[in-house]
Design a protein around this ligand. Sequence first.
Ligand code: SAM
Length: 216
Amino acid sequence: MRLKNVPGSREAVAASDFVVTEAERYKGCWKRDIFANDNPIYTEIGMGKGKFITTLAAQNPDINYIGIEKYSSVLIRAIEKVQADPLPNLKFIRMDAEDIEDIFGKGEIGRIYLNFSDPWPKDRHAKRRLPSRRFLGRFANILADGGTIEFKTDNRDMFDFALEEIEPAGWKLLASTFDLHNDPKMNEGNIMTEYEEKFSAAGNPICKYIIAPDKE
Ligand code: SAM
């Protein structure tokens, strides 16, 4: 993704009430200390400008949402979106998902959304891909019983890679489609992300899977 530097965004993100800083302090205590309720926590990793997660949070007040994004220049756009209409069930963290196990305890997260994750096309960068077995191992450690990952992309090579990673990572496929917008069952309630709008408008079919750790 091409990034435009937004001057002052790092400071603005750090100062925002919507952003949790020093997030490792809340490991194991997010429901109590941050949301003050016992509702499940869902996270979107690589949330970009935040249309997907802010829409979901507005639709589902009984679920807590945490949007994770690596770059302040992008996260600042999500903060601008919620400033006008704050949501008590939505927080953001600026971090690299590599460190996710420092932030969340075992079983703390009910669902992980990966939307249009960076494809890292070079083979030597495959382990940076969020649906890679390396990341799936980390995600398995923070997911609650019955927890799932939902992954969407228009990049067919990335999707094929992600499908091949499922079994070796110790996960199982629950559902999948190579054309989400023409799959009435899987598309029900679908919320388009910024990238999804752009790529589907260009005529690209959207792939999606839902997976869960294979406990058998
Ligand atoms: N999910 C949004 C969408 O669908 O419109 C944005 C997609 S964009 C291609 C991928 C986003 O993931 C970027 O904003 C990037 O900075 C973020 N990202 C990539 N790797 C990440 C990581 N390891 N940790 C946190 N964010 C990451």
